[in-house]
Design a protein around this ligand. Structure first.
Ligand code: SAH
Length: 363
């Protein structure tokens, strides 16, 4: 057993089973052995590849969105451009380059705020932004942000925030927990805690025993903090992740290592653990603070922001091999069978605001 696995097993032996959310939190963020605290997860040599690492065009088009959104908000100045969970810093570097090129006035009014809990990743991000003439500061937590208008972006943030799971049993819905089997190994089981039936999605009454319902108070709380900032100081937010638009049942907890699926309980701390994002719940958390929200598929969003035109522009000065690569990147980001449909874009902002690329007001 790995050190972290032994520690978790010992803790459970002493105090009893832990919730799936607590398991996820310790696996990802344990200070000594957590996945994000100690590993280098991103890219071909790591465990998974995120959209900013697939193509520079992703961050460029989010940069185009930031310019249009800032103008639609009335060009507030000065303002913060905030990224939460910036990974290697690639998205912000591509955004900053694009914003400086498209709107130097906006760039001059902009303070970049990188919200990153891991000092190791913050150092990598500093190096990624070093080449740009921008003012950037790092914050370990969201509640440390200065009180000013802020445009937020985050890619694959919410999927890494812990979810609770509930399992349907003969005696109703019970919290799914991680306990010890007869051999002392980690095993899923039904715990004692129940669940408010009002939180269940439609169809839950007819679900078979063993069905799983995922809820994430931690994600809703994170969105509530962001929404409170926007409601109090002005701004907007764009959140890209994989997940579903309507409440649904299902076990989406997954472990990934070296671009392949692993067992969730096998290697705590050594595999990335995520669960699909419930965008309906996140939109609800934003609306509860008086904001409006809108959801689009990643494919539709990027195409509406001009992905095909950007690929043509980059390809125009390049050779056939580069054009082929750009076509492949655009395909990977937008094709429904790749990242185009499962990945979604949630936009939040003042209710009634019209933010690009949509012509409709946020509701
Ligand atoms: N956005 C990057 C990295 C995605 S991985 C990319 O697209 O490549 C998820 C990131 O979210 C990690 O950097 C992790 O440390 C960060 N993260 C998870 N929970 C967080 C929280 N509550 N506050 C800030 N960052 C968080």
């Amino acid at each position: 057993m790995s050190g972290l696995k032994e520690r978790i097993a010992r803790l459970i032996g002493q105090t009893g089973p832990i919730s799936v959310a607590d398991y996820m939190a310790v696996c990802l963020f344990d200070p000594q052995a957590g996945y994000y605290t100690t590993r280098e997860p991103f890219g071909a040599a790591g465990d998974f590849t995120t959209a900013p690492e697939v193509s520079q065009m992703f961050g460029e088009l989010i940069g185009v969105w930031a310019v249009s959104a800032w103008r639609a908000l009335g060009a507030p100045a000065p303002f913060l451009l905030v990224e939460i969970g910036p990974g290697r810093g690639t998205l912000m570097a591509d955004m900053a380059r694009t914003i400086s090129k498209l709107d130097p006035v906006m760039a001059g009014q902009m303070d970049i705020a990188m919200v990153e809990a891991s000092p190791r990743l913050a150092a990598i991000q500093r190096a990624a932004l070093a080449a740009f003439p921008v003012r950037a500061r790092w914050f370990a937590a969201l509640d440390e942000l200065p009180e000013m208008t802020a445009v937020f972006v985050a890619n694959e943030l919410f999927d890494a925030v812990p979810v609770r799971q509930f399992v349907k049993t003969g005696s109703g819905w019970r919290e799914r927990v991680v306990g010890l089997d007869a051999d002392g190994g980690l095993a899923f089981m039904a715990g004692a805690a129940g669940l408010d039936p009002a939180l269940l999605p439609p169809g839950a009454d007819d679900a078979p025993e063993g069905a799983i319902c995922e809820l994430s108070p931690a994600r809703s709380a994170l969105m509530a903090t962001i929404a409170a900032h926007i409601a109090g100081h002005g701004g907007a937010g764009l959140f890209i992740d994989y997940g579903y638009g309507q409440p649904a049942l299902g076990d989406s907890l997954q472990a990934v290592r070296a671009h392949a699926y692993a067992h969730v309980l096998d290697e705590p701390g050594a595999t990335d653990l995520t669960a699909h994002v419930d965008f309906h719940a996140l939109a609800g958390a934003a609306r509860a603070h008086g904001l409006g929200a809108g959801l689009a598929s990643q494919g539709a969003f990027l195409l509406a922001m001009g992905l095909a035109e950007r690929a043509d522009a980059l390809g125009a000065k390049a050779d056939g091999a580069v054009r082929e690569r750009l076509r492949g990147e655009a395909e990977r980001l937008t094709a429904p069978e790749e990242m185009g449909a499962l990945f979604k874009v949630l936009m939040v902002g003042p209710a009634g605001a019209v933010l690009p690329p949509s012509a409709a007001a946020l509701t």
